[in-house]
Design a protein around this ligand. Structure first.
Ligand code: LLP
Length: 463
């Protein structure tokens, strides 16, 4: 197969994860199930690291892409730091063995409780629970390496809490460069109409007003313009805005030592859709080489480019229904398992896991050139018309109980799964060499009802 998939391959018409037929995993643990390839993750991580090595740019894995503790651990073993956007993700990153100083805490709506826990482990909601995960030093773990701050209001809150706790913090200002990433409007984050970051022209004023605070050191700038960004130029435009700002700030006496370039690099959902990580790096390295030589440190926050193509979602066909105008392939995965098609009209290549050899697709395309395909609506069990994995999709003959693989599902699949219509969340399996390791059991239905007991009545002192 000629595509960006990492670690999955058809052998004699049978889809394998490494040496293991994925159908064996489905037999053992059921469906829907996410399967990740450890080798796939390792190789895309190293490829990204290599591409940006002329800048010495250190990857902070964007935990939101696939947040499973074991995936975080795997990336940690490769040397990744972690980019988190909530208190929950911060605890995951830490439980996965990341020292707090290797965690960057971003996100537009950090709460007081989250900031306190990020500064001082005594305020972590995991106090009393962390031992179960092999970490005992929670109360003395120290502050996160840095905060990426998205508003003046947030910066003021951070300063107040840092002062109150007597804990010093480092922060970058997230800049909104007003650059169009030419991606779905829901994942566009660097335009001035988006809620993210501080408008570039307002940033010098923020440094004027807030730099030099005794407890919060403004060390750098952060930018993330959207995801996936399939063109190179928006990144170049954003970096140009940031470099101008750094220059301007420098002249005003604010030296910037760190530039966080965010993430957003595209992958091949369809063959050839992404320019490839090297192409992004080739465009950005020349812009940043000189500032790096002069001491600027560059960090990256890749998510999708590490895990997307190293994961698939396995689903079993429950029913095939030929309607008057459409053929519906009804699966046990749907918008509750993988919401990207419903939410962004995102394309994922989907194919049976066992096909005659001549029906193995040579590359992932929207219209594979193979004989005997039928247009199908590949849908889930959820009671919504938005519940589809693919529309008008040519598929070979499929029948009840067949397994389908939803490819490129390793990012923003499981991490966006929900319990809608009261389905437990899927299982996750990591294939490493010849081992298939369950890294997350299918969520038992009983767990859904766990917190839904009448436990107490609130004493509100009213009425
Ligand atoms: N840094 C920041 C501040 C971000 O907001 C994100 C993604 C990343 C890094 C990582 O971006 P990546 O390298 O994975 O593209 N749910 C959507 C994607 C939302 C991305 C959110 N932020 C999807 O399924 O396509």
């Amino acid at each position: 197969m000629n595509n960006g998939i990492q670690g999955f391959e058809y052998q004699e018409g049978v889809l394998h994860a490494g040496p293991i037929p994925v159908s064996a995993i489905a037999e053992a643990i059921g469906t829907p199930t996410y399967i990740y390839s450890a080798d796939g993750i390792r190789s895309s991580y190293r490829r990204l690291e290599r591409a940006f090595s002329p800048l010495g740019a250190h990857p902070h894995y964007a935990v939101k892409a696939t947040s499973n503790l074991h995936i975080c651990r795997l990336l940690r073993e490769l040397g990744a730091s972690m980019d988190v956007v909530s208190g929950g993700e911060m605890e995951r990153a830490w439980l996965a063995g990341t020292p707090m100083e290797d965690i960057a805490f971003a996100g537009v709506g950090k709460t007081v409780d989250e900031v306190r826990a990020a500064l001082d482990g005594r305020f972590s909601p995991l106090v009393g629970h962390a031992e179960r995960f092999g970490r005992i030093e929670i109360e003395s773990r120290g502050p996160v390496g840095m905060f990426n701050v998205e508003s003046v209001s947030e910066l003021v809150r951070l300063q107040e809490i840092a002062e109150d706790l007597g804990v010093a913090a480092k922060a970058c200002i997230r800049v909104n460069p007003n650059v169009d990433p030419h991606t779905h409007e829901y994942t566009t984050t660097g335009k001035d109409k988006n809620k993210f970051g501080i408008d570039a022209d307002l940033v010098p004023g923020v440094f004027e007003d807030f730099a030099g605070h005794p407890m919060v050191d403004l060390i750098g700038l952060h930018v993330h313009i959207g995801s996936p960004v399939r063109r190179v130029t928006p990144f170049v435009e954003a970096v140009q805005v940031l470099l101008e700002l750094i220059e301007m700030l420098d002249q005003a006496g604010h030296s910037i030592s760190l530039l966080d370039l965010g993430g957003g690099w595209a992958v091949d959902y369809v063959a050839g859709e992404s320019p490839g990580i090297e192409a992004y790096a080739e465009a950005l390295v020349p812009l940043l080489e000189e500032p790096v030589r002069r001491g600027l440190k560059v960090i990256l926050e890749p998510g999708r480019s590490i895990t997307a193509n190293a994961g698939i979602l396995l689903t079993r066909v429950q029913h095939v229904k030929q309607g008057r105008t459409r053929r519906f392939v009804i699966c046990d995965a749907g918008m509750h398992t993988m919401i990207r098609p419903a939410l962004y009209q995102a394309f994922h290549f989907i194919w049976p896991t066992v096909v005659p050899v001549e029906m193995v697709p040579r590359e992932f395309s929207e219209r594979p050139e193979l004989p005997g395909l039928h247009e199908c609506e590949i849908v889930g069990p959820i009671c919504e018309t938005a519940d589809f994995l693919a529309r008008n999709r040519p598929l070979p003959d499929v029948s009840q109980e067949d397994l389908l693989a939803v490819f490129s599902a390793g990012s923003y699949g499981m991490s966006m799964a929900s319990n809608y219509n009261d389905h437990g969340r899927p299982a996750e399996v990591l294939v490493d060499g010849d081992r298939a390791i369950v890294i997350n059991e299918r969520q038992p239905l009983a767990a859904l009802f766990e917190t839904e007991r009448v436990t107490r009545e609130l004493e509100l002192g009213v009425g």
